[in-house]
Design a protein around this ligand. Structure first.
Ligand code: CAA
Length: 380
């Protein structure tokens, strides 16, 4: 067991940190207020090779590994967690759906390479009004039409929906068959009948672009099907296992970002004739939060290493998601409190981080669902 990250991994973290300081820190408060995504910076980040870190060279990636990718999500999320979830959904959920599907190599080259090489952006269409925690409750229907299919339905809460070039859509071929008929297709922006619906106005991750995606008689050819009927549900679950490590990384980054701000504040601000960190209550509180962050980091990196090694990691991903997101909520909330009145003000960033942290306990499987996955594994 080696707790050191490699020189190559450190170089990626340094590169991301430099990018984040130059391209994400400026304007992060304003983007949050205006719900505006830094699209140009996102494209630039993709062209730096960040979207392909965990994918094979044959499909446009650099095959560096899953842990380096997770380190990159963590690093950007210290400053801009909206960018972090855009990055994670693009890479883990869109990329993962294509990569882990039974698509042919030709399809993977066609649908994964543009994303992994940073030429395009991906999104993931699973959730519906009737299919949230119960992901099997799909109402999007794929009706056979010659050698292709006609898709009808509405997906909701699609991160990257409005900015995506490619979207994976999960659907049922026959409602009576349930998940035995669940399949998946790759759709592209501009296809007839495929359009963006309502844009969400959110409590946190306000700069992330989240919308409905509406499918009205969208004709898709058979070569766009990446999961055959019966394969779709397992593909979505396998993909979400990877995505949950990404959300864990986003949450850990949020916790660390807020913690670092609190450290500086406690050193600088004086009350009762001494810096705040000399109040033992606050110093001990910081010690506890530090311990929480370190625990979260260990379970997160363990899940990422297992995935990278090709070992089973479903339970570990759920543990990582549950742990990191609860720690993020706790740390960001405590940091707002420790900064006092300043913590409530936008320019100190921690109030945004607290709002951003909340959704990490909800999306890509609520933390109650993570407990279901963990207990299911324990008592199988
Ligand atoms: N990997 C591979 N296969 C899996 C699997 C996994 N992790 N989990 C389950 N399966 C398989 C099972 O083995 C089973 O296969 P068999 O029928 O061959 O035995 C099949 O899938 C059905 O499994 P379950 O009976 O356990 O399924 P279920 O209906 O009880 O649901 C659940 C399980 C864990 C509750 C699942 O529905 C779930 O994860 N729900 C949460 C959905 C979710 O995370 N949504 C997030 C949306 S994405 C998002 O948030 C987007 C964003 O923009 C950020």
């Amino acid at each position: 067991m080696d707790f050191e990250i490699t020189k190559q991994q450190q170089a990626i973290v340094d590169q991301v940190r430099d990018f984040t300081a130059k391209r994400l820190r400026p304007g992060v408060v304003e983007r949050d207020e205006a719900s505006e995504f830094p699209l140009e910076a996102f494209k630039e980040f993709g062209k730096m090779g960040m979207f392909g870190l965990c994918y094979p060279k044959a499909f446009g990636g650099s095959d560096v590994g899953y842990l380096p990718y997770i380190l990159a999500v963590e690093e950007v999320s210290k400053v801009d967690a909206s960018f972090g979830i855009g990055f994670s959904v693009n890479t883990s959920l869109y990329g993962g759906s294509v990569m882990y599907s039974s698509a042919t190599d030709e399809q993977k080259k066609r649908f994964l390479a543009p994303i992994a090489s940073g030429q395009a952006i991906g999104s993931f269409g699973l959730t519906e009004e009737t299919a949230g925690s119960d992901a099997a409750g799909q109402q999007t229907i794929a009706t056979k039409d010659g050698d292709g299919y006609i898709l009808n339905g509405t997906k909701i809460f699609n991160t990257n929906g409005p900015i995506a070039d490619y979207t994976v859509i999960y659907a049922l071929t026959d409602p009576a068959l349930g998940i035995k008929g669940m399949c998946a297709f790759v759709l592209e922006k501009g296809m007839e009948g495929f359009h963006i619906g309502r844009l969400e106005n959110k409590m946190g991750i306000r700069s992330a672009q989240v919308s409905e995606m509406v499918l009205e008689n969208v004709r898709v050819s058979a070569d766009r099907m990446i999961a055959k009927p019966g394969e779709g549900f397992k593909l979505a679950m396998k993909t979400l296992d990877g995505g949950r490590i990404g959300v864990g990384a986003q949450a850990l980054g949020l916790a660390e970002g807020a913690f670092d701000i609190a450290v500086e504040h406690l050193k600088k601000r004086e009350q009762f004739g001494k810096p705040l960190y000399k109040q033992q209550y606050l110093a001990f509180k910081m010690a506890e939060l530090y311990a929480d962050i370190e625990k979260a980091r260990l379970v997160l990196y363990k899940a990422a290493c297992l995935k990278e090694a090709g070992k089973p990691f479903t339970m570990e991903a759920a543990v990582a998601k549950l742990t990191c997101t609860d720690v993020a909520m706790k740390v960001t909330t405590e940091c707002v409190q420790m900064l006092g009145g300043n913590g409530y003000m936008k320019e100190y960033h921690v109030e945004r981080m607290m709002r951003d942290a909340k959704i990490t306990q909800i999306y890509e499987g609520t933390n109650e669902i993570q407990k279901l996955v963990i207990s299911g594994g324990l008592f199988r």
